[in-house]
Design a protein. Structure first.
Length: 90
């Protein structure tokens, strides 16, 4: 994966996930949805749009906090390490 990239696996498993990649040269953050080794969709965000997304995620997590306080949710699968996932680039 590119240096400024992060992979987040879907709790349903089966190679589904989201990759977040920062493209400093273009001033963009790219979100890409993956199914196995295929990119299913991409969204290109300007920094202000990415910040709005982060704010929404933060608010959503804060709303969930009382529900999960004191317990660690179990994942129904074991995420694959990034180096084991095949990636296809565009």
């Amino acid at each position: 994966m590119p240096e400024l990239s992060r992979w987040v696996g879907d709790v349903r498993g089966h190679g589904r996930g989201l990759r977040v990649t920062t493209h400093a040269e273009a001033g963009l953050v790219v979100l890409s949805a993956w199914r196995g080794d295929r990119c299913a969709a991409t969204v290109r965000l300007l920094p202000a749009q990415a910040a709005a997304l982060v704010a929404g995620l933060t608010e959503g997590l804060a709303a969930l906090q009382p529900e999960v306080a004191g317990r660690r949710p179990e994942l129904p699968f074991r995420p694959e390490p990034a180096e084991r996932r095949p990636l296809r680039t565009r």
